[in-house]
Design a protein around this ligand. Structure first.
Ligand code: FES
Length: 149
């Protein structure tokens, strides 16, 4: 069971930069920051909801709102782009029935774009929950998705 985000937030109440640490801890537990957790953070850190929301959305590595259990990121930097990342994107969108930035209705998959993930020797590259997959082809997508139980 996921830990209660109210408890997580409370644990950082008196720490400097506590709200950012709290958001990180929530994201580690949930894979994203539930919108209600932002309201809780506003209360605990004695700021307006708009301010707490501003902190949560300022940092690109913090993600507010529901995300899937499997976060699939496609590298869109030049080497991957040239190697055919667009076809991989099209195959993922088609097979999952969602667009980039969206989450499947069953909460299983989220699609996101990313910058170079340092695996340029095996372009195009995708990551699934941070694990890299190299030399990905549109035809190979079904097999990769099948590994995500
Ligand atoms: S450019 Fe895609 S991994 Fe480096």
């Amino acid at each position: 069971m996921k830990p209660d985000y109210t408890e997580i937030v409370a644990g950082y109440k008196d720490k400097p930069g506590g709200i950012i640490e709290a958001y990180h801890a929530i994201q580690r537990a949930y894979n994203y920051i539930p919108e209600e957790a932002v309201a809780v953070a506003a209360q605990v850190f004695d700021m307006s909801k708009a301010e707490a929301w501003g902190v949560a959305t300022f940092y690109s590595y913090l993600k507010v709102g529901e995300r899937g259990r499997y976060i699939i990121r496609i590298c869109e930097s030049a080497p991957c782009h040239i190697a055919g990342a667009e076809e991989v994107v099209a195959a993922l969108e088609k097979q999952l029935g969602i667009k980039m930035g969206e989450t499947t209705a069953d909460g299983k998959f989220t699609l996101e774009l990313t910058e170079c993930v340092g695996q340029c020797q095996a372009t195009p590259v995708i990551t699934i929950n941070s694990k890299p997959y190299g030399d990905v082809t549109a035809d190979g997508i079904a097999d990769i998705l099948a590994q995500c139980k």
